[in-house]
Design a protein around this ligand. Sequence first.
Ligand code: ATP
Ligand code: MG
Length: 467
Amino acid sequence: MLGRFTKGTATVRIEPVLAGSPGFKPAAPADVQAKSALAESQKAADDLLPLKVDLHRHLIDRFNLATLESASKDDILSDIRPIVRDFVRARNVPLNARELDQLTSDTADEMLGLGPIEPLLKDDTVNDILINTHERVFIERRGVIEETGIRFRDEAHLLRIVNKIVSAIGRRVDESAPMVDARLSDGSRVNIAVRPISVDGPLVSIRKFSKKPYSLERLMEMGSIRQPMVDLLRIAVQSRKSILVSGGTGSGKTTLLNALSNYISFRERLITIEDAAELQLQQPHVGRLETRPPNVEGRGEVRQRELVKNALRMRPDRIIVGEVRGEEAFDMLQAMNTGHEGSMTSIHANTPRDAISRLEQMIGMAGMPMTAESIRSQIASAIDIIVQTQRLSDGGRRVVSISEVTGMEGTVIQMQEIYQFVRRDVTADGTIIGEFRATGMRPRFAGEAATLGLHFAKDAFNPQTAL
Ligand SMILES: Nc1ncnc2c1ncn2[C@@H]1O[C@H](COP(=O)(O)OP(=O)(O)OP(=O)(O)O)[C@@H](O)[C@H]1O
Ligand SMILES: [Mg+2]
């Protein structure tokens, strides 16, 4: 059997793990980790990963990958079974027959799918997969970037996998179209850049789709937010306050938007608008819209702005725009000001103030004849709450500020911060010490919320009590 897919040479290439730049830690030796994995089944998926990665590398050196792509799982299974068994035995990993079968089957899946990164795709603790040419693959896990030691055989191998990804959405990636956004079948978001724009070879960035969306309660358990802050956001959503989630790249904006949407009534009709559909709303009545890039001839593009306009004709109760980036900000604010209160979106900005000035710029892009002052008053009346997320240097994500937009004074938008995260110190290993605090300000909408029967806890805004 082995003959069909194997190549003449069956050498095992043991790649040296490249010493990464500071901050990147190389993967631990596979066998050491694998043993502990079996002892603690909870950590199994996590710790078996290096073994799987090594095994995969061992196998791709022995098999002809091009032929493999058209092989069936049964064929691959019978071919690799003896190899996997010998590999595991040589490393003294104590697997029983059932576990060995499982490993063999997982490995076959990996050979059929997206190659060496398959184990990373299956591992729920991995958030991001960052491929920097065929030679280096990094992952982000619990907020920390580490190098994996995974390699593709050569650039052609990586390109083959890249094309497998993009062919699923009917695209191709080559010199004439060197940048593509795509999605994996599990919903993960992928960006691909190849030569000539990526100088050293293909760059692939994958944001894994989290199978179980985080709830605010879960984010609270993870230390990203505190109960009174959750209550504030819940009551804001239930009183149809329009919310802007602001934050840097990968700071948890989409995650928070998703969690906030849980508090929207199941009786409402929601329309979501995104570049790549990532939101996972739990309501039964959701219409999802997604933008479209232009095709190879440069036609057929559908932008967010058109989608927002279209959404308004779809009788939504609320509109949720994954992230505002440009001209659509104008239409989004219009919607918030005209009967779609309680709509939400996120924006790439570093502080709540910065979020406002970016919104101003974006509204300017819509090309409407508006003065700076009228743009500001549109913003002030449309946006009620700004939530700032941040990815701190210890890898943790936190809600570092919740502010309320209270109106205009002269030409300046007024805001009051209600909760904040105050940094106190950093430990030697980089963990940030700090605390969440109420500023002492009460939200202005508390009175309105009370008329809806939504009340805050007695001490919710007391700066003296610990959150
Ligand atoms: N509070 C949190 N604690 C730990 N991990 C988190 C938290 N919030 C989000 N994450 C994880 O961080 C990653 C980035 O989150 P998310 O996609 O929400 O960020 P984003 O700000 O929308 O990113 P982008 O700018 O790329 O759109 C995801 O893998 C997510 O699961
Ligand atoms: Mg996002």
